[in-house]
Design a protein around this ligand. Structure first.
Ligand code: GDP
Ligand code: MG
Length: 181
């Protein structure tokens, strides 16, 4: 989703996907409002937040969508993915099953979005080092195999959250510029 390509205005739709309780909603609220919720509930219904990011002095609007609980029922709709040019695919580094689900999320993304969609594999909850269940190397390897960026984050202590979004937004921005030129 781009507005005024060639002009000065950019609006990019980014989806956040991954198993229930990996921290998707908290990553989004940390990014958009710098808030963290210790007891966040999986509310049902699609929600998004719009955040303005500065990329090389250009105002870029990121419209970041949250599954808002749909994923618990394996019922993320095609409308959710429509027009997405970026995706954060999130697992919880302290729960291996959420890492094992990444392939399924990638398959789903690939049925709705083409390969130009910028992808970031996100290992969230890096603050839980003492109960780590997925190594950094495993995350890196999977990301490399599947052509994704990779980062570990903590929505709890804010580590790398802005960076995760910014890297994806910059990649989308560079892609869209290439298309224009
Ligand atoms: P979602 O279902 O993927 O949207 O996950 P939520 O954002 O609702 O988070 C699920 C649970 O994990 C909540 O209890 C959060 O407080 C917790 N959580 C989210 N991010 C982190 C994190 O980075 N570190 C830790 N320790 N807990 C987190
Ligand atoms: Mg949620």
């Amino acid at each position: 989703m781009e507005e005024g390509v060639g002009g000065e205005e950019y609006l990019f739709k980014i989806v956040v996907i991954g198993d229930s309780a990996v921290g998707k909603s908290n990553l989004l609220s940390r990014f958009a409002r710098d808030e963290f919720d210790l007891h966040s509930k999986a509310t049902i219904g699609v929600e998004f937040q719009t955040q303005v990011v500065d990329i090389d002095g250009k105002e870029v609007k990121a419209q970041v969508w949250d599954t808002a609980g749909q994923e618990r029922f394996r019922a993320v709709t095609s409308a959710y993915y429509r027009g997405a040019v970026g995706a954060l695919i999130v697992y919880d580094i302290s729960r291996r099953t959420t890492f094992e689900s990444i392939k399924r999320w990638l398959d789903e993304l690939n049925t709705h979005c083409d390969t130009t969609t910028a992808r970031m594999l996100v290992g969230n909850k890096s603050d839980l080092e003492n109960i780590r269940d997925v190594s950094v190397e495993e995350g890196k390897r999977l990301a490399e195999e599947e052509g994704m960026f990779f980062i570990e984050t903590s929505a709890l202590d804010s580590t790398n959250v802005k960076e995760a979004f910014q890297i994806v937004i910059r990649a989308i921005y560079n892609n869209s510029r290439r298309k224009v030129l």
